[in-house]
Design a protein around this ligand. Structure first.
Ligand code: GLA
Length: 636
């Protein structure tokens, strides 16, 4: 049985409908794009950071040495603009007034103004004179990461317990003013070990070396993590930065490793946010970090980016002896619209590595102004086809990815690309920078072990003059995801436990909340979108009691979709009503839809609307999460 959709004009009709969580304020249309940018990054940030290359063995000479190579090799002109120092720069906090002191033995230019004085201003002046932005590192708690995890390191903060409290906690405004006003930094990475590693029971907390704190973040358990408090603390930093840098010319990098459900709120608090624990130089870890962003496509967009951590290109299994892996790592970060932060000692990098980092057509995909993250057009545990819709109409970037140790074949189809099946698709190899023979329908590629083929495809869009919403994820804001019980995402690759030798622990289990989050061209539980047994190749999958904002900017006339309960739903009893708003005005409302009912067409005249909102309102409680599909959702 098919239900027709009606455009309601009567508020009474809505108010009289029995409602459940669907009445919550979060489901009220905002009538506007409610995402407020933190800092400025219209495209993913690019630069260099000291950590992956030097750890706390950082020195001013090493940082400037890498900066010079970035300038002289042409990488600066290609977009690598930010030179960021990580853990290890600090000596202590001065007790008389709380001012942070630099370890001047490592940063000689900071030794200005007397023995109890220091300033990183000469250092940032040098970087600025070279045309760079300058980045600094701190922690949101009282103490930082190397203090907790590398106790034998020689460059740890010194002095009394209070002097060693180098993190922001209790000093947010003072430190942010020092770093951004006095020292003139432009970029800050704010780690979170201070919230997780200094719990009572830690021997060096119990013996008084560190003051106890929390924990507010329990890395492997979202239920033991105080999400609201973590958000509040990062919010203080965001607000201080906005005050000290009212121009908004800064980057705030949230580094709480995918904990505290940052997946959903990072966009409202930072410019970029880490989605996983630290990358390292192994293939398995790179897969893990990539997987932690590859299903988060609806959270990234201009000004706000998922961060799978800094590049290991040039190191370990991605060094000059592993050029295939180095290119693959770079291809994946590029198509995922991830920040491209170099993490290798460039003074030792062979030219081949500089060429990988500087591949102009690969970088162009990462920096494409539409800001769409690549989405998974095909995926199994071994092969993936990742497609990123580019700003220029009819252009897509695509990565064909062989995750395995064996050669394999991957067939790219016009459907993966959302191009018309009968029309010629032109191809360009973005690593070789040469055109390939085009194809119609499908084309098979042979891949070496660990290889990623990265292409640009040009064709006739299936959506005609319009576009599917999954082709404009950079213009979607997930205002309400409908998740009520946070669950760890089980589909992220888990390598051997990186923090305990061998297999002595009980393993590396699913870690990051986010399972059930909204997806493009998939259901929240990573199934094909499917309503009443009919599969759909495109659309948005999301839980009920959700609200999405679409930045339409008056460009479109009509929204259409086929809506219904998705067959991957957990709750099968409740009915859901689908509502479409334009600039806060209700444009169309569905009848209550139930599990098993055939998909129904819904459409709305969105002429002139700046923001279109899609609300899926659950009308009764249910025993499990109710999954809905906005299948074939498109604007034209
Ligand atoms: C954490 C971060 C890393 C690095 C180190 C420094 O582990 O995630 O990126 O900053 O701390 O100690």
């Amino acid at each position: 049985m098919r239900y027709a959709f009606m455009a309601f004009t009567s508020a009474v009709a809505l108010a009289s409908t029995p409602a459940f969580a669907g009445t919550s304020a979060a489901l009220q249309p905002s009538g506007a794009w409610s995402l407020r940018e933190t800092g400025s990054a219209p495209t993913p940030p690019m630069g260099w950071n000291s950590w992956n290359a030097f750890g706390t063995g950082i020195t001013e000479a090493k940082v400037l040495g890498s900066a010079e190579i970035i300038r002289n090799s042409g990488l600066e002109d290609k977009g690598y603009r930010s030179i960021n120092i990580d853990d290890g720069w600090w000596l202590k906090r001065r007790i008389s007034d709380g001012r942070m002191q630099v370890r001047t033995s490592l940063f000689p230019s900071a030794a200005v103004g007397g023995p109890e004085e220091s300033s990183l201003r000469p250092f940032t002046d040098k970087l600025h004179a070279m045309g760079f932005k300058a980045g600094i590192y701190t922690d949101i708690g009282r103490n930082a990461c190397a203090q907790a995890w590398s106790p034998d390191n020689p460059n740890l903060p010194e002095g009394t317990q209070a002097e060693r409290e180098v993190g922001l906690h209790g000093h947010v405004n003072q430190d942010i003013t020092l770093y951004f006003k006095d020292w003139n930094f432009d970029y800050i990475k704010v780690d979170a070990c201070g919230l997780s590693a200094y719990r009572p029971g830690n021997p060096r907390v119990d013996n008084g070396h560190f003051r106890p704190f929390g924990p507010l973040v329990v890395d492997a358990n979202i239920n033991q993590t105080n999400v609201a408090e973590v958000k509040r603390l990062y919010g203080e930093v965001r607000d201080a930065l906005k005050q000290v840098r009212p121009s908004g010319d800064f980057v705030l990098s949230l580094c709480n490793w995918g904990s505290a459900n940052v997946r959903s709120w990072g966009k409202d608090f930072g410019t970029i946010w880490r989605t996983s624990n630290d990358i390292d130089t192994s293939w398995g870890r790179m897969l893990h970090n990539f997987d932690s962003v590859s299903t988060r496509e609806l959270y990234a967009g201009p000004g706000h980016w998922n961060d799978p951590d800094m590049l290991e290109v040039g190191n370990g299994q991605f060094d000059g002896n592993h050029l295939t892996e180095a290119r693959t790592h770079m291809s994946l970060w590029a198509i995922a619209a991830a920040p491209l932060i170099i993490g290798t000692d460039l003074t030792k990098a062979p030219q081949a590595m500089i060429d990988v980092l500087g591949a102009p057509e690969v970088i162009a995909v990462n920096q494409d102004p539409a800001g769409n993250q690549g989405i998974l057009a095909y995926t199994d545990s071994e092969r993936q086809v990742i497609v990123k819709t580019l700003a220029k109409r009819g252009e897509k970037a695509v990565v064909l990815f062989n995750r395995t140790n064996e050669p394999t074949d991957i067939t790219l189809t016009s459907a993966h690309l959302k191009f018309a099946a009968g029309q010629l698709i032109q191809l360009r190899d973005l690593w070789a920078r040469s055109d390939l023979p085009g194809f119609t329908g499908m084309k098979m590629f042979h891949l070496r072990p660990h290889e990623a083929i990265m292409l640009k495809a040009t064709g006739v869009p299936l959506a005609g003059e319009g576009r599917y919403l999954s082709e404009m994820t950079g213009r979607i804001n997930v205002a309400q995801d409908g998740i009520t019980a946070l669950e760890a995402d089980p589909i992220i690759h888990r390598m051997m436990d990186p923090y305990n030798p061998g297999t002595i622990s009980d393993g590396n289990r699913p870690l990051y909340a986010g399972w059930g989050g909204p997806r493009a061209d998939a259901s929240p539980y990573d199934q094909t979108l499917r309503i009443a047994n009919v599969p759909f190749r495109t659309g948005l999958g999301i839980l009920a009691n959700s609200r999405l904002e679409i930045k339409a900017q008056g460009e479109f006339k009509r929204f259409t979709a086929k809506v219904g309960l998705d067959d991957s739903t957990r709750g099968k009893r409740a009915a859901v009503r689908f509502e479409i708003y334009g600039d806060g005005k209700r444009l169309a409302v569905s009848r209550p839809m139930r599990f098993g009912m055939a998909a129904n067409d819904i459409s709305a005249d969105i002429t002139g609307a700046k923001v279109v909102e899609l609300i899926a309102r659950q009308l009764q409680p249910d025993t499990g999460n109710v999954v809905v599909s906005w299948a074939d959702a498109r604007v034209e």
